[in-house]
Design a protein around this ligand. Structure first.
Ligand SMILES: Nc1nc2c(c(=O)[nH]1)N[C@H]1C(S)=C(S)[C@@H](COP(=O)(O)OP(=O)(O)OC[C@H]3O[C@@H](n4cnc5c(N)ncnc54)[C@H](O)[C@@H]3O)O[C@H]1N2
Ligand code: MOO
Length: 441
């Protein structure tokens, strides 16, 4: 049997090793309809295919006029103009004849020749003629309106209440950058530009393998329940969900035997079906007699060892050849909390860095009660951050949930943070400031 290599690494070193392995996975992009792109990360910059606004248009309901027609008056004087045919939003207006004022609605295209808009409130009369507002009333060429001259209150000059073509975004301008997360606001801008789809980072595909002959799938033989010595399989459900929360596509596989040849056969079949970019395993890597993951994968070049972290000490990582492709494998310990925190510490950071997951936030907080921590290991304790106090300068406080045991799942589910106690720290006093990783609401 091949000698199993045994590394000893810090959390930072193992995270770097996992990131390097995953560096071989090319990030792909896909083009999705706007609604489906919501929440995803842009794979490329997006350029404006048109000007926004696409044409000069009115910002007010009022009259479109030529500046020269309002400029000839003395300062403060009003000017009388003939009322032209009205311009509704969505129509292509005829040029504006000199000496006329065209009733124009907000968003309607400015006619050629018009240089400013006078809002209806500044006109006399202060309402549009009947042929503008009442359906079926004929245009009256004799209708006139009095408007304020330029320089007086109500008319400042050319450009007033005109929204110029391209004044928001010019055609060809970069409007969204690769790496931005698509929000409702991005969807709004894309739609305004006439785009129907956006290029986003494609999800990483992962295969999650649960091992151990003691585990049975929930829902299996529900009438008999668990036989003595059995437990329900929870790691693959949890890790598939953790991957999904991080935007990856994952499928679970339960390897049903502790025999390495069965492990390889079931892994090979699942890998052909799902062509994973990444394989995560749980269990079977510590010092016991039936460590199937270690037995099978060490032969294939995956390295196993210890990371200075609790829970999650035993770890493995490497690349295996599957149908001529090198596929990264990250092997987590079987204890459920160990598996979960391993995902948060080693895989989620790479998913955030390269595959569109939202990055986790670190938060300093005041520890509510004292605790001890093993020397030489980064300890991760399940905890709840309380709401920030009314005073915004005040930091949140954090309460530990349950003990450090890696089988304690209830406090993991109830937690919204992991308290990180440094390797060099063996005791943290009540009220001390600690680092936390925010993992939930
Ligand atoms: N002599 C030593 N024993 C152990 C060591 C050690 O250093 N020396 N390390 C301990 C630590 S720390 C951990 S963590 C575990 C890791 O063990 P494995 O990765 O080999 O995991 P298993 O033995 O297969 O399982 C551990 C535990 O978790 C349960 N489990 C496993 N898979 C699942 C699953 N899919 N769903 C739910 N629960 C699962 C399993 O029943 C065990 O209780 O080793 C320690 N031992
Ligand atoms: O490292 Mo194990 O993960 O403590 O239980």
């Amino acid at each position: 049997m091949t000698e199993v290599s045994r590394f000893r690494r810090s959390v930072t070193e193992h995270r770097a090793a996992v990131a390097e392995l995953m560096g071989r996975v090319a990030a792909r992009s896909e083009t999705l309809p706007l609604r489906a792109a919501l929440g995803r990360v842009l794979a490329e910059d997006v350029a404006a295919p048109i000007d926004l606004p696409p044409f000069d248009n009115s910002q007010m309901d009022g009259y479109a006029v030529r500046a020269a027609d309002l400029a000839s008056s003395e300062a403060g004087a009003r000017v009388g103009l003939a009322v032209a045919r009205p311009i509704a939003a969505g129509t292509d207006p005829a040029p504006l004849a000199p000496g006329t004022a065209a009733p124009i609605m907000t968003g309607a295209a400015l006619p050629d020749g018009a240089e400013l808009v006078v809002p209806i409130e500044a006109a006399v009369p202060e309402t549009f003629p009947a042929f503008v507002v009442d359906v079926g009333v004929e245009y009256d060429a004799g209708s006139r309106v009095s408007l304020p001259g330029i320089g007086s209150v109500g008319a400042s000059g050319a450009g007033q209440y005109v929204r110029r073509a391209g004044s928001d975004v010019g055609v060809g301008a970069r409007v969204m950058a690769a790496g931005e997360r698509v929000s409702a606001r991005h969807v709004g801008l894309a739609a305004a530009l006439g785009l129907t789809e956006l290029p986003v980072v494609a999800p990483l595909r992962a295969l999650v393998i649960a091992t151990g002959e003691e585990i049975v799938d929930p829902g299996t033989a529900p009438e008999q329940g668990l036989a003595p010595g059995q437990i329900y399989e929870s790691n693959s459900a949890m890790l598939v969900a953790a991957l999904a929360e991080a935007g990856a596509e994952a499928v679970g596989l339960r390897v049903t035997s502790d025999a390495p040849e069965v492990f390889w056969a079931q892994l090979g079949e699942a890998a052909r079906r799902h062509t994973p970019d990444l394989i995560l395993t749980s269990g079977g890597i510590s010092a016991g007699a039936y460590e199937v993951v270690k037995l099978a994968l060490a032969e294939a070049g995956v390295e196993f060892g210890a990371v200075a972290m609790q829970p999650g000490g035993p770890q493995g990582a490497g690349v295996i050849e599957l149908d001529g492709h090198g596929v990264p494998v990250v092997a987590f310990p079987g204890n459920p909390v160990s598996s979960y925190v391993s995902f948060e510490m080693f895989v989620r950071p790479v998913l955030a860095e390269r595959f569109g997951a939202a990055p986790r936030r670190r938060q300093r907080a005041r520890l509510k009660a004292e605790t001890d921590s093993p020397p030489g290991k980064l300890q991760l304790r399940r905890a709840r951050l309380t709401d920030v106090a009314a005073d915004p300068a005040e930091l949140p406080s954090v309460e530990l949930l349950g003990g450090p045991g890696s089988h304690l799942m209830y406090p993991l589910a109830a937690a919204n943070a992991l308290v990180l106690v440094e390797e060099s720290t063996t005791h943290v006093g009540s009220g001390a400031m600690v680092d936390t990783l925010v993992i939930g609401e």
